[in-house]
Write a new protein. Structure first.
Ligand code: HEM
Length: 494
């Protein structure tokens, strides 16, 4: 009897504790923020489970109807603030105490370990310091010919469909950017464009699908139920392929760096891949273990391919559907290349592509490859007099921020010239690469790559709208996609 009584007290105590930690504290501090109608325990979870429109549409619906700071209850345990407010973005991104990523990022751990994207605390800080110099302008110059040679293969692919009335460019562009990042990060080629069936390419694709499925599926979210799913087995298989590829490359590059005959070593060029720079940093006493290097190389492979792929696909779509803007970008190419469109661009050429840069920025504003990114509070934080409790997720919804007419008049229009006088004026209104300490370390690389590939394509083709005209159906996976593809048409330039 006493035991039963004690057990009852324990259960009661546990329930009160859960109520206090997950309901009362949040209710007390966050009631000032507007929130859509919800149901007990599940909160707004059903809005996401039963939408036929997708996650992105639900978030946009909340923002349109409840404002630029919305309180969302994604389940019994979790609450988030959905933020598209300028001051709040600035507050979060400049606060050195809000650096921890939200729990969703843990689904990447089996693949990326705790590389830059997923790590936090002392490990993240140390790695960021060691890796930052590898993205210096001087080093990026070496990658220009990788961009050009892979863009040429993409042009060949487009040539084969230049009579077509409508081509879905999304996957083709993504294979190109996978080749580019593989060569830049590891110094090897997976030939994704020429061999999209390769085991490595398929495994990377599978991992992206599996991770996103875990974010949204209640069964796959929890490790012990995920263990019984087909995806668990698929993940194990894919990771075996990906990790053994990365390990093999690391071992080969390590041996090469040790070898005396660097200069004349057949098969290797003088250009250094990111991996070489990390291995060198290691031998200079910076102390990244080989496992940590593996994590970072896989992180580059993940972070550096479908982001730029999406970015390029959407800018091509924007130019195809805005003939006047395309003409301006093309004019700039003519000024730089004269009649010699076959000349490979130099790094200085890329810097001089100012109008193309504005067009890419405008496309990133409308179609940010990372439409939101999140932080989790590991302690209470005070924001404009309100306590934001520990455990709260802050979701920075850059897609909605970019479409706020207060910051960008006529937000739905593609107007590259708005970036002519933009820089520096409102630094927290345009954030495709995030900002502050955890901003995108690869943004200069990404911008150079996107310019280079788009320039190569524009020098080869006039881009036209597809027939019939194509309306994008935007949706959010690990990145922004269009669920019905990104369709345009090509006309070869003579
Ligand atoms: C258009 C292309 C790209 C876009 C839009 C983009 C966007 C972003 C964003 C929004 C973040 C912050 C994510 C967060 O807070 O959770 C980020 C972080 C990061 N990006 Fe990119 N990215 C791009 C290309 C690249 C490339 C090419 C690389 C590598 C070569 C790269 C490597 C990284 C890494 C390592 C981080 C984590 C940085 C840290 O936390 O210290 N990204 N990126």
């Amino acid at each position: 009897m006493i035991l039963l009584f004690l057990a009852l007290v324990c259960v009661l105590y546990f329930l009160v504790y859960i109520y206090y930690k997950h309901v009362y504290i949040f209710e007390k501090h966050l009631k000032c923020f507007p929130s859509p109608p919800d149901i007990p325990i599940l909160g707004h979870a059903l809005d996401f489970a039963f939408t036929d429109k997708g996650f992105l549409d639900v978030l946009m619906h909340y923002t349109r109807n409840y404002g630029d700071i919305v309180r969302v209850k994604t389940g019994p345990h979790r609450q988030l603030l959905l933020i598209s407010n300028y001051n709040f973005f600035q507050f979060v991104l400049t606060n050195m105490k809000i650096l921890k990523k939200s729990v969703e990022y843990r689904y990447f751990h089996n693949w990326l370990g705790t590389g830059l994207i997923t790590s936090s605390g002392a490990k993240w800080k140390r790695h960021r310091q060691i890796i930052t110099p590898t993205f210096h302008y001087k080093i990026l110059e070496d990658f220009v010919d990788i961009f050009e040679s892979n863009a040429k293969i993409l042009v060949k692919k487009f040539e084969s469909c230049s009579d077509s009335t409508s081509v879905d460019i999304f996957d083709l562009v993504n294979l190109c950017t996978l080749d580019i990042i593989c060569e830049s990060a590891m110094g090897t080629s997976v030939n994704a464009q020429l061999n999209s069936d390769s085991e490595y390419v398929q495994s990377v694709k599978n991992m992206l699908d599996i991770v996103i499925a875990r974010v949204f599926s209640p069964i796959k979210m929890t490790d012990w139920t995920y263990f019984f799913t087909e995806d668990y087995r698929k993940e194990k298989k894919a990771l075996k392929v990906i990790h053994s590829y990365t390990w093999n490359v690391i071992k080969r590059r390590q041996e090469f760096l040790k070898s005396e005959k660097n200069e004349n070593h057949a098969g290797y060029q003088k250009r250094k891949a990111f991996l070489d720079l990390l291995l060198e940093a290691n031998s200079n006493g910076e102390q990244l273990t080989l496992e940590e290097i593996r994590e970072e190389v896989d992180t580059f492979m993940f972070a550096g391919h479908d982001t730029t792929g999406t970015g390029i696909a959407f800018i091509l779509f924007c130019l195809a559907n805005n003939a006047e803007e395309q003409a301006k970008v093309f004019m700039e190419q003519k000024q730089l290349f004269g009649d010699n469109f076959e000349r490979p661009p130099t790094f200085q050429d890329l810097k001089n592509m100012k109008y193309l840069e504005m067009a890419i920025k405008e496309s990133l504003r409308l179609y940010p490859p990372a439409p939101f990114y999140s932080r989790e509070l590991d302690h209470d934080v005070l924001y404009e007099g309100t306590v934001l409790p520990k455990g709260l997720t802050l979701t920075l919804f850059s897609y909605a921020l970019h479409r706020n007419p207060n910051y960008f008049p006529e937000p739905e229009r593609f107007l590259p010239s708005r970036f002519q006088n933009y820089d520096g004026k409102m630094p927290f209104a345009f954030l495709p690469f995030s900002a502050g300490a955890r901003n995108c370390i690869g943004q200069r690389f990404a911008m150079a790559e996107m310019k280079s590939v788009v320039s190569r394509i524009l020098r080869s083709f006039e881009l036209l709208p597809s027939i019939p005209s194509h309306e994008l159906k935007l949706a959010s996976q690990t990145i922004l996609i269009s669920s019905n593809g990104v369709r345009i048409r090509f006309r070869k330039r003579l």
